[in-house]
Design a protein around this ligand. Sequence first.
Ligand SMILES: Nc1ncnc2c1ncn2[C@@H]1O[C@H](COP(=O)(O)OP(=O)(O)OP(=O)(O)O)[C@@H](O)[C@H]1O
Length: 601
Amino acid sequence: FDFNFSDFQLEDASQLILSSNSNIALGALQVTYDVNGASMENLSGRAMYNKRFRLWKGNGNPTIASFNTTFVLNILDQTSPGGEGLAFIITGNSSLPDNSQGRWLGIVNSDSNGTSEAEIVAVEFDTRMSGDGDLDDNHIGLNINSINSVTPVSLSGFDFNISQGLDLWVHLQYDGENLTVTVNDTLVLSEPVDLSSYLPEEVFIGFSASTSDEIQLNCVKSWWFSGTDISEDGNLWWVWIVIPVVILMMLTVVLVFYLYRRRETIDDDMEGARGNIQDEINRSGSGPKKFGFKELKQATANFSSKNKLGQGGFGIVYKGSWRNKDIAIKRVSKKSNQGKQEFIAEVTTIGNLNHKNLVKLIGWCYERRELLLVYEYMPNGSLDKFIFCNEKASTAECSTLNWQQRLTIIQGVAQALEYLHNAGDFGLARTIQEKEKTYHSTVEIAGTPGYMAPETFLISRATIETDVYSFGVLVLEVVCGRKPGNQGEQKNYNNSIVNWLWEFYKNGKITAAVDSRMEADFVETEAERVLVLALACCHPNPHYRPCMRTVLQVLSGEADPPEVPQERPSFMWPAMPPSFSHMDYSLRGSQLTPFTDLTGR
Ligand SMILES: Nc1ncnc2c1ncn2[C@@H]1O[C@H](COP(=O)(O)OP(=O)(O)OP(=O)(O)O)[C@@H](O)[C@H]1O
């Protein structure tokens, strides 16, 4: 809070509040006017700076501003003696009190004198001894809400005479505790005073003066003021709004940038993954088409549950319509363990297969972290619907397959499997074997209990032999119309359909196991041949299982079924090839692990 009037010109009036008896003339502030030829008697006047100065703030232990001010006074008696005096004032009220001429110096009047309502602190330059408290006619004093000074100091002792028309350089300083006054570089007054006790927080500063019957010229020739601006803190409200807003904006920018980068990284990863997948699939030279996710979403009416065909180990299969053609879309579950490698394996191997008994893989999609496989649609659905009948289903709902149909199915599956075992050294099994992981037609260790060869858990992978075992179980299912067993039963290996049938075989009545729903309408020799073949496929020792070529020969009648022992052999591991069969396994000690407990999924 600073201002400086090196002199006073008329235009400076806009920065001042001048009472009616004050004006600017002759380069000076005439606190009581001395021009215009009007009477100068019994006047009082005030000339205040027009902006308030914040003197203090806060309650209890307030912060108090400090200030410095220097002004040049020129007071000249017009009568002898002259009268009355001039004061530097700090006040809550800029307006001149009524009837403050004469001895009141424009500071107070008879009503406000001595009251706190006056709200004024003044340093008076008193040129007339006019009241009881006055020291002499040449003194200064600190006045608080009163015309009587707290500590009047005579300037006569300092060789100054206030009202002789000499320039008095007055420097007034307040440090928040003490008020000091120097006149012409001489310290004349120093007084402790808490201005906040008497004055409001915001004050006007300026000058007051008066005349009486005795008159004088009351001029201020220049005025400089500088005070600490404690109001700034109080005006910092905008800081509390602006800074949090700026911080919030910065955080938002950082967050948006971070999310954008993260998204980019994810997209990059996905792009990278997709790129790899696409590259690998392309490199394999396979035929399946790459579909867009949107395309498949549309084809399945947004994967509507109405279009669900079934659910396998990898996820849900939906029926879809694409270019007026029915398709089946397997949406690999995100929870599924099918990873990129398995996906590529499925696309590149199955996609390259071409056999009338194998469902054709038309295409694939890997987008938005979604893995999808598109197959040709099989309108008749799954075989299990035809060979197992829900006990609650009516006869109409469960049409029984005749012997020829069953034989055709078995032959069809055998042909497909033989094709797989010969086509390109069985890509799927090979792909997964490389990873030392089993892959068959479902997740983790191949498939559903009951279809799994006993060694599956021990070797942890699919082999041609384990496929033959599964085929054997399928044959038993198709011929006997019986499920391989529920999961609970499968925890006990001896409860499997294989063990069940072996009992019939042992008792010499294997055809008694044939599905009774055919009402004995089947060719007994064919049924026996097929069932014994199935037992051979399900031999606990993989080395004794026939290959699929042999299976086909037996099914077509070109060859007899392999010899099958009357008693089901125990499962031993490691399994010995036929040439070692004479060896006493028990001598092999701990290396030989009789199979006792097999746990499926
Ligand atoms: N191409 C298709 N046409 C018609 N229905 C199909 C087709 N593919 C699958 N389905 C139906 O969806 C079901 C699930 O098929 P999916 O191939 O996922 O599993 P699965 O062969 O039954 O078992 P696994 O998970 O062991 O392979 C099938 O049982 C069948 O009912």
